[in-house]
Design a protein around this ligand. Sequence first.
Ligand code: TRP
Length: 329
Amino acid sequence: MATIFSGMQPTGSGLHLGNYLGALRQWVQLVESGQHRAIFAVVDAHALTADYDPKTFPQKVYDTALTYLAAGLDPSKCTLFVQSDVKEHTELAWYLSCVAPMGELSRMTQFKEKSEQYKQSVNAGLFTYPILMAADILLYKGTLVPVGADQIQHLEFARDTARHFNKRYGKELFPEPAPHPLRLRIKGIDGAEKMSKSRGNTIELLDPPNAVWKKLRGAFTDPQRATREIGGRPEVCNLFTMHQAVTPEAKVAEIDRDCRSAAIGCGDCKKMLHESLEVELVPLRAKAEALRAQPARVDEILRDGGATCRRIAGDTMREVRSAMGLAAR
Ligand code: TRP
């Protein structure tokens, strides 16, 4: 049985539509297939590599976990926990850093981008981030990691690190985790780039319908479609990528045709998208409401998940220490 491991950083208040359509919804499908053991983390320790406010941080972690649950991750079928509740993550990260190849670490494109973006405050954690990510996965002997395209390189690094460890210590202690590539890449409402908090182009998952509509109404579409009379190009339009994720296939084909022929305008397209989105989001908001009404419930789920993970992580670390010649005393 494959062990699935994945995680998201607790950024923003809850998560956005890109997180949901691009990842969370697909995690839920994997869990519901019943074919895997699955563990999902709120990776709070990773978030420390960026600017953050310690005062509001606990609420962000909580909101992220709540969103996992609202999106349909069922805690009776998978394990949900907060990364920093299991100290073994940071412990294994150090041990792995002593086998992780520096050359490969230096090639990580995300580090290059981020260190460009936050020039004044580049910390060592931002550089060693992929080692902690490898530790997250290997601690549970994860074999299948559902991640977006931007994380594939980090996953390759985790595979290489597992291989280096096994080679150095003569044991097949860690299975090499394989990516489970996520299919959809949702662009932001600026139409330019992937939807992302740091780019300020998001639609929040748990926002009320009118707030969702406001964002949609202002969303960029095909820049060549300067007037209603000019046909659009769905393949470059961010609205169309969202339609593909939430609108029934037959209707998507219609929209594709009618956009090209200018039979519909961007306003019509946005209205239809809002309707499709609402079908998807209404149950999510309801679940989130229900959970907010009993805040202790989310903490209880995370505490249980943490206990389960500490047990597994403890077992792995005993093997790791023994393989590395770190005696138990
Ligand atoms: N780096 C991932 C991201 O930003 C989050 C993450 C941390 C992760 N640890 C992980 C994803 C382990 C998969 C497995 O999206």
